[in-house]
Design a protein around this ligand. Structure first.
Ligand code: DAT
Length: 172
């Protein structure tokens, strides 16, 4: 059976991991967190002192994922989306959280002042939504609210319906 590939993107802290893991268990698709994948394989290209984090080696990440993506049935989670091959994804979800909600979540993570401010600005200016629209066909890019504890369940129900329809449309 053919299964679609799904991209979950958005500012750090919007709830991609929470949604991605629950969606994987509800759908049977495989969840891949690009941050974790990079850490496991040390897929880095230097260190960003300002943001206090390693710099992702995007080419090596793409090479690492290519095989699985070509088979289908993968949920990819990352706070960036312009370096993945466009043809990988059948649908793209950009999660969004209100600034006050996001601020609290990032504060809990212990982000430094600059990282906090920049991520909140990233959300205010819808940077990831713009990046998704610039990287994928507009009709496959959707925004999802991610503020309240009940949001993941609502989002998952919608996505499960979409997966079911996609599978029907691609079986024969
Ligand atoms: P991301 O993977 O986008 O960085 P996350 O899934 O790790 O985000 O979530 C960040 C924090 O927010 C984590 O403590 C779980 C919480 N969270 C995620 N989605 C939520 C929601 N819809 N309502 C309330 N809290 C949520």
């Amino acid at each position: 059976m053919l299964l679609p590939n799904i991209l979950l993107t958005g500012t750090p802290g919007v709830g991609k991991t929470t949604l991605g893991k629950e969606l994987a268990s509800g759908s049977g698709l495989k969840y891949i967190n690009v941050g974790d994948l990079a850490q496991e394989g040390q897929l880095y290209d230097g260190y960003d002192e300002e943001y206090d984090c390693p710099i992702l080696d995007e080419d090596r990440v793409v090479d690492e994922l290519e095989n699985q993506m070509s088979k289908g049935g993968v949920i990819v989670d990352y706070h960036g989306c312009d370096f993945f091959p466009e043809h990988w994804f059948h649908i793209v979800f950009v999660l969004q959280a209100d600034n006050s909600v996001l601020y609290k979540r990032l504060e809990t993570r212990g982000y430094n002042e600059k990282k906090l401010k920049d991520n909140i600005q990233c959300e205010i200016f819808q940077v990831l939504y713009e990046e998704a629209l610039a990287s994928y066909k507009e009709e496959i890019v959707h925004q999802l609210p991610s503020n309240k504890p009940e949001d993941p369940e609502d989002n998952i129900n919608q996505i499960l319906k979409w997966i079911e329809q996609w599978v029907k449309d691609h079986s024969s």
